[in-house]
Design a protein around this ligand. Sequence first.
Ligand code: NAD
Length: 496
Amino acid sequence: MRSIGHWFAGKAVEGRSGRTGAVYNPATGEQQAEVSFVGADEVDEAVRAAAAAFLEWGQSSLSQRAKILFSFRELLNAHMPELAGMIVDEHGKVYSDALGEVQRGLEVVEFACGIPHLLKGEYSDQVSRGVDVFSYRQPLGVVAGITPFNFPAMVPMWMYPVAIACGNTFVLKPSERDPSPSLRVAELWAEAGLPEGVFNVINGDKLAVDAILGHPDVAAVSFVGSTPIARYVHEKATASGKRVQALGGAKNHAVVLPDADLSFAADHVSAAAFGSAGERCMAISAAVAVGDAGDDLVRALTERADAVRVGPGRDEASEMGPVVTLQAKERITGYIERAEREGARLARDGRGLVVAGHEGGFFVGPTVVDQVTPDMEVYRDEIFGPVLSVLRAGTVDEAIELVNANPYGNGTAVFTSSGEAARRFHREVNVGMIGLNVPIPVPMAYYSFGGWKDSLFGERRIHGPEGVGFYTRSKVVTSVGRHPGPAPARPCTSRR
Ligand code: NAD
């Protein structure tokens, strides 16, 4: 059995705590590796390595950082197929989707390559006679990232390229379910010339997270995962004086108005519901049909659900892979069962799907649950599987109220041909990322990513300009020249 360790102080480190977890291949259902879980002493070692590295890296020049980031970008680009393959084997998503994941992460690296520009400060000349004021930003020190299983390459890349470019050193605690891509990335950073100790990876579970949250030398924590853990991380880390951004779960609604192109909407809503087996924080899990759009929409969605080719992620013909673990599969099928008991109608039931040759795989077929009401568990909870609930609303106002009454506020979309309705929708919904005829409105790397309400705890969103703000502190300097006497004005005589 392959064993997976850690990476800190510039080298691969074998686990020594004796605590381990199983890593499965979700397409076959077989365990393929054993990952070591760090103990608190190993977390301390990794943080100390990062703290030692910060003494140099925090003083590195902008051109040195940009040069290493450009090299890292080239290496990532060259190793994209390898990283995507690792994602498929441990997460289960299909290969094209895994490639897309690495590509979206790479775009954050490209954003961070512009760090000399991003860290430019401000300067006010002559705020008073002989007095100038300027501001600039400095790194925080050791910062940590704690990430979920569903984007094992991209979500960590929302964090560390920006953090490292800003002059911090980084300790990553990836998901214990798919840890391998992060260790490969650590090797690529080393090959790109990043000094040892600047990027570190520790594998583990709650014990590792708690040791990070309580470590006095960790200045800031970026977390992405489910809402209960995001809330916990935010409370615990702020209590110990750390800066925190904790992104949580989601229940993303697609509102379909009667004037929408129904076929277009059904194509996009079903792709957003069943892509990556619904294991995306921006997946659409609730479709809200407005007015008389309901029955036609359900018919179109069930047709799309039937057409999805479910199979192992390595098979090029597959459009949707398995879910990540057997527990995830059982949790999802439990929700489908209880939805039926609560009075919803299963327009398509993905339970019982068997993929020939992969009978042990953790597959759940695309499921469409109709006649869902807001009080049902299938609507209230984040299911994180290929299950799409369909609700009905009489008017656009009712649909907006429904979206706003939901405790989550990550993403939402409206499908309509009315510019006026689209504008009202984006102005009135209390959600952080909104698509107008776009089902998964994930912002580009040069914007910041993050939701509202229970989908984000903390003030700053991730990557983009808010990421730079999160990983730095600003200083404002007021400066009086040594001889502040009246300086003669020297008019410029050139016309050019
Ligand atoms: P999770 O919350 O179970 O795990 C996230 C991280 O927290 C992992 O590293 C895990 O080891 C750690 N963790 C788990 N339980 C813990 C505990 N009790 N104490 C301390 N740490 C703990 O999430 P997941 O199942 O890996 O990922 C799926 C979730 O992530 C979904 O809710 C999804 O919506 C969310 N997500 C959100 C975003 C976003 O941008 N808002 C992006 C991706 C995923």
